[in-house]
Design a protein around this ligand. Structure first.
Ligand code: SME
Length: 150
């Protein structure tokens, strides 16, 4: 599916939806099924200061908790910046929940005060799986999700 089409589909399905969990569940489903290189697609939410908790997600097993000082997800939450990792084996802090993962991208979601309320994590078994188009799409979706959060 084309990237723009995926963005339009997601925002149109969720038009007027203000339930944060329903929105995240729909985003994971639509992204995961739209792209063959998305092998694990999901969210980690800030459920207490400095701690991310899993869900919703699609794919295999994921760690239940990730502290802000651990993992690529933690780096995205801590810095507030997208983490594009073409080869996870070159990032010492990467948490390997699946031995088949070779690259990943993690995008933070911020509320209206700029606080990171969740991160969107996409893992791929391919090396260097994510293009600028992937980054742009995921960042647009996360910016949009930040406006749904309450
Ligand atoms: N990508 C993660 C961990 C993998 S998940 O639990 C699916 C990280 O290093 O942050």
């Amino acid at each position: 599916m084309e990237y723009e089409e995926v963005y339009e589909k997601i925002t149109s399905i969720l038009d007027g939806e203000d339930d944060w969990i329903a929105a995240m569940a729909t985003v994971t489903c639509e992204l995961h099924n739209a792209f063959e290189h998305y092998h694990w697609t999901g969210f980690y939410r800030t459920t207490s200061p400095g701690v991310l908790k899993i869900g919703p997600y699609q794919g295999g097993h994921g760690c239940l908790y990730i502290p802000f000082d651990k993992g690529i997800c933690g780096a995205a939450a801590r810095t507030g910046e997208t983490q594009d990792v073409p080869n996870v084996h070159e990032r010492a802090e990467h948490i390997a929940c699946s031995s088949s993962t070779n690259s990943e991208i993690v995008v933070p979601i911020k509320d209206s005060n700029g606080q990171v309320v969740a991160v969107l994590d996409v893992d791929s078994d391919d090396f260097n799986a994510f293009s600028k188009q992937d980054i742009d799409l995921l960042e647009r979706i996360c910016t949009w999700l930040g406006t749904v959060y309450h």
